[in-house]
Unconditional design. Structure first.
Ligand SMILES: O=C(CO)[C@@H](O)[C@H](O)COP(=O)(O)O
Ligand SMILES: [Fe+2]
Length: 228
């Protein structure tokens, strides 16, 4: 997985058909997804439950691009090796999930994955200032985590600040929550390069009508690129 700052679309399978993940992943990749975003929720750090390492391991053979695993769990450290064994390419932990994010990021890289750190809407950019050399991706939440389909919260000033702080380091800025063709230009112009989109990609489509996924992905990408 090489670093570049072109716009990448990462559909969140939280909005896919939960009875058909393999086919859904294949459909979004065939329709132009750059990464596949997997939301892991524990019913404790966030008020919703999704899936754990065995499910992520089962997704792995279907993902030919980048498996981007967003952990909304606390604690994180006891599960890092399990997600490495499950085949995650990028593993993102929330800075709010515990007091030892520095150690967590080191452990994620030591387990052979790219290390991501996610910030809730209420957490300032400065919280990651001393973590930048240990980080491959900063995930800026533009909703409060836990559910798909929520309204976008404007975090453009935080994204700008982060891009400034990152300087020339090879760090992705990922935006997660409420990304659609209306909001994508705002975050792309502010410096984001990975756009997670759940409802905006899956809406109106299915594995039997995958072309809708393609139209939706192209619409988000075109809107983002129009702002650059
Ligand atoms: O992490 C999360 C929610 O906590 C996200 O990845 C959502 O799944 C994005 O869904 P949309 O807001 O795009 O519908
Ligand atoms: Fe997510």
């Amino acid at each position: 997985m090489s670093f570049d700052r072109t716009i990448k679309i990462a559909p969140s399978i939280l909005s896919a058909d939960f009875a058909n993940f393999g086919a859904e992943i294949q459909a979004i990749e065939a329709q132009g997804a750059d990464w596949v975003h997997i939301d892991v929720m524990d019913g404790h750090f966030v008020p919703n439950l999704t899936f754990g390492p065995p499910a992520v391991k089962a997704f792995r053979p279907h993902v030919k691009t980048v498996m981007d695993v967003h952990l909304m769990i606390a604690p994180v450290d006891p599960y890092i090796q399990a997600y490495a064994d499950a085949g995650a390419d990028v593993l993102t932990a929330h800075i709010e999930a515990g007091p030892h994010s520095h150690r967590t990021l080191q452990a994620i890289r030591a387990a052979g994955m790219k290390a991501g750190i996610a910030l809730n809407p209420g957490t300032p950019a400065e919280a990651v200032e001393h973590l930048l050399d240990l980080t491959d991706l900063i995930c800026v939440m533009t909703v409060n985590p836990g559910f798909g389909g929520q309204k976008f919260i404007d975090m453009t000033s935080k994204i700008r600040r982060l891009r400034q702080m990152i300087g020339d380091r090879p760090v992705h800025i990922e935006i997660d929550g409420g990304v659609d063709p209306n909001t994508a230009p705002l975050v792309a112009a502010a410096g984001a390069d990975v756009l997670v989109a759940g409802s905006a990609v899956f809406k109106g489509g299915s594995v039997d009508q995958p072309g809708v996924y393609g139209d939706n992905i192209r619409a988000v990408r075109a809107a983002a690129n129009s702002a650059l």
